[in-house]
Design a protein around this ligand. Sequence first.
Ligand SMILES: *Cc1c(COP(=O)(O)O)cnc(C)c1O
Length: 393
Amino acid sequence: MDWHERFPGVSEADWRDWRWQLRHALRTGAELDRLVNLTEAERRGLALGGLRTAVTPYYASLMDPFHPACPVRRQAIPLGQEGEPAAGDRRDPTGEEPHRPVRAVVRKYPDRALLLVTDTCPVYCRHCTRRRITGGEEGAFDRPAVEEGIAWIRDQPGLREVIVSGGDPGVLSDERLESILGPLRAIPHLEVLRLATRAPVVLPMRIDDALVRLLRRHAPLFVITHFNHPKELTPEATEACARLVDGGVPVENQAVLLRGLNSTARLLGDLFTGLLARRVRSLYLHQGDLADGTAHLRTPLAAGVGMLRELRGRVSGLALPHLAVDLPDGSGKVTVAPSYLVGGPGEGFGQAVENGVRGTWLMGHAGAPAFYPEPPQADCACAYDQAWYGGLT
Ligand SMILES: *Cc1c(COP(=O)(O)O)cnc(C)c1O
């Protein structure tokens, strides 16, 4: 169904105005009830009052009014299960709190840090990992808080990269974004910036030419977005990605593996190849974080590994992301991959022997083991290093 039928009386100009979309976000059961046949579980979820609810009219227009398993509905409308605590759920699911030297900064790695610039979003994802912040408990990130973060980053010469996140920085005006990205770009030790925003997915009209020019001015800057299902790859979202890429702003995707939404190899393959055809590379497929009220959306770890095993070899390597697990203890992300190692007990890389040659048995995609022999020499030192680094240090 076309948006004109779902939102009668709305002009084209209003629809294409991202501020109109934010102002008219659907927030209540009564508003959503007019658009979809709410289920009992959705009604209970909407009555909870935990994480905020907001859905841009654009994203709401993608909802299937009759099918409660619609992946857009399931990402945007809470279920009663959000209010049922599950074993393992946490308020701070990836252990960020001990790594906030100032309120707006999360720094877990020597060379990269997050700068949180807002606690609001155009659409509140029901799987949100930072819901302790996007739920509004902590308060907004006003200019002084963000300026304190930027000043802290300025004093850390070990940082090479800053990820501007939130909340969704896509809700900020061009002027506000410039007041954040400009000072960051002026910090000599920062090489790369990332802007984490779901705007291409939930508010594609935000990606206008002025914003693209602004982002391009601060290159190297990568937009990291968050498509989770092929249903989100609409003409509008496609145009938003094309504007960014044509304007010189590379776009990468971080999907979250969500049980019952995108948790089959077929859907993931369609998502990753659909993104690649739009020149968007998939950086991560995230295993669900242990955020409060999200247990019903999490998959067993083995399920995601199995899906990637199915896709490797069947789908372009350019399209395939890493499966990332952000560890609950705050030590950061690790990636898990299917193991192709075949071996008897205790056999690791290069430990098997075949016809007198050491090597490794690896499992091919068709299920047949293949032997990969070790080279005659194992020394990996580079003799040119001294010449290369000698003059630089
Ligand atoms: C994910 C994340 C990063 C970025 O990590 P990459 O491995 O470079 O993608 C940096 N800081 C924090 C706190 C993160 O959660």
